[in-house]
Design a protein around this ligand. Structure first.
Ligand code: SF4
Length: 390
């Protein structure tokens, strides 16, 4: 990353900082901030002229103490520096950003208390942060006073929940992710064509409860090929499959194949309809697992997509752990490990990734890099109720 510079090296040596080779290696803990400081020191080194006449001493001396700290840690570990590789992309998707923005905008609007049905996204840190800002989270609409501002979470709700809100005259702002709404519409369209719906997803997940409650005709929930084989409907029934958004193309492939193999008249959405964020994060973690000896997935235990990322790590043969934040990192995991991969579920904020990096740094100096991957530029418009109100 940094080229050798003789003038810079002797300057550093004369200031008692570090030989340049050591500096190259000792990119150190506590997340991006210290890493940035070291990088600036390198940049400064390259501003030194060959005769040493134009020395940028002030910034160098300012960085010297920090660099010595780095050196001390580096020497303590016998010069060993763990590499941490971040997956790209990782963390927040467009649907999660939109859902959190929705709550924050509703709070800023200031028209009385703001109720949110279910965790707006599956992350305790995000929920606690919004609670601290005034949001009130409920699982049941019965706990919302008539007429109050009520936000539906990114996972979507059933038709009956929507009806209940309407009958109670709740002031609803629907933060259902547009990609979840798209699955609802697919199911409704297939159902209106007289087809029996096969929904591929996890029983009990809040998104699945919402989707099941959105489709008027017969719907069967399956998780795998075995469930498909056990469906108690004739093989010539016209069927259509739809999928939970936190399952990727790879996750659903074998189940869809089982549906197509068993039934004679099957239709389903194009592959491109699968949630881009789920697919991108899973592809990135598979790629990451080719380069690391251990994987940490930052995410909540009730986050379906985070759990799936951890499972993929294990399927790739890499010891994989799901951690909510740095406090759940066990340094014993790193014994004999030189390269650690880190990713984050779609509902995990970057502040938690930084917290986990800082926790890893307690094991010794670390060098952080990001694997090449997809740069996501997708954004979703805020719910129309908010746009109309602003
Ligand atoms: S993971 Fe996909 S479907 Fe779920 S909120 Fe994010 S963008 Fe929407």
């Amino acid at each position: 990353m940094f080229s050798h510079c003789a003038a810079g090296s002797s300057l550093f040596a004369s200031k008692g900082i570090l030989p340049s080779t050591a500096l190259r290696t000792a990119i150190v803990s506590s997340g991006n901030r210290e890493e940035h400081v070291i990088c600036v020191a390198f940049e400064t080194r390259h501003t030194v002229s060959s005769d040493g006449a134009t020395l940028a001493l002030l910034p160098l001396i300012a960085f010297a103490r920090k660099v010595r700290t780095v050196q001390a840690g580096w020497q303590k570990t016998g010069g060993f520096c763990m590499k941490v590789i971040l997956a790209q992309p990782r963390g927040f998707c467009a649907g999660v950003v939109r859902a959190i923005d929705t709550v924050e905008r509703a709070l800023a609007h200031g028209d009385g208390p703001v109720y949110v049905r279910h965790e707006i996204v599956h992350n305790r840190h995000v929920v606690d942060d919004l609670k601290a800002k005034g949001a009130r989270f409920v699982e049941d609409l019965a706990d919302v006073p008539n007429g109050a501002v009520t936000i539906f979470s990114a996972h979507g709700v059933s038709h009956s929940v929507e009806e209940e809100a309407r009958s109670r005259r709740l002031n609803v702002v629907d933060a259902t992710c547009p990609l979840v709404s798209k699955v609802h519409k697919q199911g409704q369209r297939y159902s209106s064509l007289g087809r029996t719906i096969i929904l591929i997803g996890h029983a009990g997940h809040v998104e699945i409860e919402g989707t099941l409650g959105r489709i008027p005709g017969p719907v069967y929930l399956v998780e795998n090929g075995e469930d498909v084989a056990n469906l108690d409907i004739p093989d010539d029934t016209p069927v259509a499959y739809i999928t939970q958004t936190t399952l990727s193309v790879d996750d659903t492939r074998s189940t869809i194949e089982a549906v197509k193999k068993r039934f004679t008249d099957v239709i389903g959405p194009e592959t491109r309809d699968i949630c881009y964020a789920t697919q991108n994060r899973q592809t990135a973690v598979r790629d990451l697992c080719r380069h690391v000896e251990l994987l940490l997935v930052v995410g909540a235990s009730n986050s379906s997509n985070s759990n799936r990322l951890r499972e993929i790590g294990s399927e790739c043969g890499v010891p994989s752990y799901l951690v909510a934040d740095g406090s759940e990192v066990d340094l014993a995991w790193f014994a004999g490990v030189a390269t650690i991969g880190v990713t984050a579920g779609a509902s995990a904020p970057d502040v938690l990734v930084q917290d986990v990096l800082a926790a890893i740094g307690k094991a010794g100096p670390i060098e952080i890099e990001t694997l090449d991957g997809v740069e996501e530029k997708i954004t979703f418009r805020l719910p129309p109720e908010l746009l109309e109100a602003s």
